[in-house]
Design a protein around this ligand. Structure first.
Ligand SMILES: [Zn+2]
Length: 87
């Protein structure tokens, strides 16, 4: 079973990245409360990215992900849980 994929828009302030999109894979996971695991694909080297364990609960709407080569992105979601884009 493969997960759904979708494209996410860049919503940060960089002129270089303006209009670029990344691919995000969503896989079902019984382990997670929401039932869905989000796996962004690194825009620089196309590695799968993993969520970084966040120390703060204040920024629930922003999750940082990193790939094995230490690239980082953040995914921003709205309060209903939908992904809005990446920075
Ligand atoms: Zn990378």
């Amino acid at each position: 079973m493969s997960g759904l994929t979708s494209q996410l828009r860049y919503i940060g302030f960089s002129q270089v990245l303006y209009n670029s999109t990344i691919t995000v894979r969503m896989e079902r996971s019984e382990l997670l409360r929401m039932g869905i695991k989000i796996i962004p694909v690194c825009p620089w080297d196309e590695n799968d990215m993993e969520v970084e364990k966040s120390s703060s609960k204040k920024h629930k709407l922003e999750r940082t992900y990193k790939c094995s080569r230490k690239h980082r992105i953040s995914l921003l979601s709205s309060t209903n849980g939908e992904l809005r884009g990446w920075t």
